[in-house]
Design a protein around this ligand. Structure first.
Ligand code: TYD
Ligand code: MG
Length: 458
């Protein structure tokens, strides 16, 4: 009889070690090592391999020009946002991981997909909820669904594959990978080796049968997919579902995609009856605007490759305490401090005795440096209590000496502002070389310094 093999795994990052360690050398976390049984006695062959394909097929090398490439027939889903993020639909035989914090709406998104694919037989495997709970959710999302969707509440991979053989689904959804367990591994569900083994079995099934498989995975507080990073390497596509749970907007972002661009993203709104696609984000993000308030500036930002206009709100008020408060939501605090220092040092605004609060509307988190200019203008507008015209948009990065720097994809941003009926856009002078300005109706003002902007607007 073969011996049992045991190793220690870091439960945070999946690092493997032969002996127990107090601190993980890979992710520097303390006390994360747990002993797991990697191989039980007897030969370790997952069911799928023995029951379905018998012996493993040996591959032969082929010259690259002799390989015939067929344009894969993608499955187009009714969800245009999902199609976009996947790179144009679901690729047969692909393994897609959907990560996100608990409660963000992963199960809702997947169930909605299952219910809106009328031509495909879908198997929804849930290890988290009962059949009744899923039915209840399905009723909320779509009561008149004609989809042939099967629900299985099971966590043992062996039984799941048995059901798969009976039902022969054309799409499989697993909710979630952390609840599955394989009989070949002794450790508990959710542990690194279980997650890895279960994913390997699903991967094998997806590739051999050509059935696409969606796996839901939870995300830890640190923001990585719970359990191991290895999961991300094994799957074809990693989608991240994110957003603030208290806001209604959700972003589905492609983190890795073997079949498309990884800078795509989809936007949804969480409603009483499931998730609704948001095909024109700017209109919604700007719709609640009061034109005559100070401290508000509109930025033309880019999320992935999608341009959208967003409202930056600032509040500057005299500090009641010795140490003024600085607080940001949706924008990096360090970056705001830098911009405040630029205003203080270069232009003499006395901000060091004032509280500054900054908020990006809609609960989005923006990393695009192009919103610097709008942040700066919102702060000044609030400090001076002078509202900015409601028809202007800003798109520019601000440097340490108060210069307006060029940003990427300026044309797309201008086009978006133009489309939404804005009258003026302020951009960097270095951005407009070779640009056909007459193409747009919007007035494009190109500047090199922040002072010039102050002169024009205040
Ligand atoms: P859920 O899909 O269960 O999240 P996850 O699987 O990522 O943990 O969604 C959880 C939240 O979504 C829950 O707080 C309720 C809300 N929700 C709606 O607002 N409308 C709906 O139609 C549904 C189904 C859920
Ligand atoms: Mg869930």
């Amino acid at each position: 009889m073969a011996k049992t093999r045991r190793t220690y795994f870091c439960q945070n990052c999946g690092f493997e070690s032969a002996k127990w360690l107090g601190k993980c050398p890979s992710c520097s976390q303390w006390n994360t090592f747990i002993e797991e049984v990697v191989e039980k006695g007897g030969t370790k062959v997952p069911d799928w391999r023995t029951e379905k394909s018998g012996t493993l097929r040996a591959s032969k090398a082929a010259a690259i020009h002799s390989i015939v490439y067929k344009e894969e027939l993608r499955i187009e889903t009714p969800d245009q946002e999902l199609n976009r993020v996947l790179g144009g639909g679901i690729v047969p035989g692909s393994l897609v991981l959907i990560g996100g914090e608990p409660g963000i709406g992963k199960s809702t998104l997947m169930l909605q997909l299952a219910l809106t694919l009328p031509k495909l037989k879908v198997l929804y495997v849930s290890g988290e909820e009962s059949e009744q709970q899923i039915k209840m959710r399905a009723e909320r999302i779509d009561q008149s669904s004609k989809a042939s969707c099967y629900i299985l509440t099971e966590t043992a991979t062996k039984n799941i594959f048995k059901q798969i053989e009976q039902i022969a689904p054309e799409l499989v959804i697993i909710d979630s990978i952390q609840t599955l367990h394989s009989a070949h591994i002794d450790s508990s569900p959710g542990s690194v080796s279980q997650v890895r083994e279960c994913t390997a079995e699903l991967l094998r099934y997806a590739k051999e049968s050509g059935t696409p498989v969606f796996i839901i995975g939870h995300i830890t507080k640190e923001g990585s997919i719970a359990g191991p990073k290895v999961l991300e390497h094994m799957v074809d596509t990693v989608l991240q579902f994110e957003g603030d749970r208290h806001h209604v907007y959700r972003i589905l972002r492609a983190v890795k995609n073997r079949f498309g661009s990884s800078s795509e993203l989809g936007i949804y709104e969480m409603q009483g009856a499931g998730l609704r696609e948001v095909s024109n984000p700017s209109e919604i993000l700007l719709s609640q605007r009061e034109s005559s308030l100070s401290g508000i500036a509109i930025a033309a930002m880019l999320e992935g490759v999608r341009p959208m206009l967003i409202e930056v709100q600032a509040l500057v008020s005299t500090s009641a305490y010795g140490t003024p408060q600085r607080s940001t939501t949706g924008f990096e605090a360090k970056r705001m401090n830098m911009l405040l220092a630029v205003l203080e040092k270069r232009f003499g605004f006395r901000l060091s005795i004032q509280d500054v609060f900054l908020n990006i509307a809609g609960g989005l988190r923006v990393e695009d440096p192009a919103i610097d200019l709008a942040v700066l203008m919102a702060i000044i507008s609030s400090q001076q209590d002078i509202p900015l015209p409601s028809t202007v948009v800003f798109a520019g990065e601000v440097g340490l000496s108060g210069e307006i720097r060029a940003i990427n994809r300026i044309e797309q941003r201008i086009a978006e502002a133009d489309k939404l009926g804005f009258e003026t856009i302020y951009v960097s002078k270095y951005n407009i070389k070779g640009l056909d300005l007459n193409r747009f109706k919007i007035k494009i003002v190109a500047l090199s310094k922040v002072e010039e902007l102050f002169q024009q607007l205040f």
